[in-house]
Design a protein around this ligand. Structure first.
Ligand code: 8YV
Length: 329
């Protein structure tokens, strides 16, 4: 009988589908993700792993799991999984692309609007009883319509953000590894610097990897307009947070809204949380009931295919392991 470890609690429907497969299913029901040493100890006899952003699926975990055929990651991002180490061992890695795109774009747009129209800070004034007399030049935000949005990374999520921006009559620029069809009404710019110089809002949608770690740092904040707002819904390490703190504090940029941070969870005494022009959400871009359920069901499909010796439908390293996949062994 195959064994599958699910590292966080899941929905009744996904748990039921897993159990109906006949595999032994172990669901980590604790309030926190498995500490790394307990994770390593728990994988000794597993054939499949259903993992989350909070798990470091590294070579230590893989070496402790000689039967492991598949790592099915809950999320489109899989930077917490050492894919090179998995490929070297013939372990398939799969993710949940597509289903997160629209919810993530909705949240990115919500953050943009919240910062522009001060939804993040003006309600505090009302709550504190500081809503004074009408002031024609007070409590001002900034317009969104006819402003320029710069999208960094025009993949599935970036394209959904571009669609939303079109509905707000924005001009959209994008910077991407490859130029894409301009079907979203977005204009390609071939340098990040140009995008930063021209944009009123900058939204990050590139995956985290060696090239994108620290992509947004002191120099990039200097290139941005002083009135510009940064939105990050991709991964925390894409932004150099110390440089961001300085840029926000000194007025180099006007504001930032982050769904993702370093570390996660962000401690309540983090300096960024002291700034009035920074809005931080607890990594919830895909966190709607409908989307999370779709992600869970996709993850189940991936892990069940893998333990059955089939290619997971959303495998990210199929070409790299085609010759030595444990699935087929
Ligand atoms: C997930 C995400 O909720 O898809 C992603 O990459 O960031 C989110 O949708 C998160 O990764 C939890 O696993």
């Amino acid at each position: 009988m195959s064994k599958i470890l699910v590292t966080r609690r899941t929905f009744p429907a996904s748990a039921e589908k897993l159990r109906a497969s006949g595999a032994e299913i172990v669901i980590w029901e604790d309030d926190i993700s498995p500490p790394h040493d307990e994770f390593v100890a728990a994988v000794a006899d597993v054939d499949g792993l259903y993992t989350h952003v909070s798990d470091a699926v590294d070579s230590e975990v893989m070496d402790a799991a000689p039967k492991l055929k598949v790592v099915a990651q809950f999320g489109v991002g899989y930077d917490n999984v050492d894919v090179a180490a998995a490929s070297a061992r013939g372990i398939a890695v799969a993710n949940t692309p597509g289903v997160v795109s629209e919810s993530t774009a909705d949240e990115a747009f919500a953050l943009l609007v919240a910062m522009a129209r001060r939804v993040h800070d003006l309600p505090q004034i009302v709550k504190r009883g500081e809503w004074g007399d009408f002031d024609p030049v007070g409590l001002l935000g900034t317009d969104i319509h006819h402003k320029t949005l710069g999208i960094v990374g025009m993949g599935r999520i970036g394209s959904e953000v571009a669609k939303r921006a079109a509905g707000f009559s924005m001009e959209v620029l994008y910077y991407n590894r490859n130029r894409r069809d301009e079907e979203f009404g977005a204009t390609y710019v071939d340098s990040l610097e140009e995008l930063l110089e021209r944009s009123d809002f900058v939204s990050l949608h590139n995956p985290l990897n060696a090239e994108t770690t620290g992509l947004m740092s002191t120099e990039q904040f200097k290139s941005m307009k002083k009135s510009a707002i940064l939105v990050n819904t991709t991964r925390g390490p894409v932004v150099d947070q110390e440089a961001l703190y300085d840029a926000l504090k000194s007025g180099e940029i006007a504001g930032a809204a982050l769904d993702v941070t370093v570390p996660e969870p962000m401690p309540a005494d983090h300096p960024l949380l002291t700034l009035g022009n920074c809005l931080i959400m607890p990594h919830v871009a895909s966190a709607t009931g409908d989307t999370r359920l779709k992600m869970a069901m996709m993850c189940v499909e991936n892990v069940l295919a893998g333990v059955a010796g089939d290619w997971p439908p959303y495998c990210v390293n199929q070409a790299a392991i085609a010759g030595n996949a444990r699935l087929k062994g």
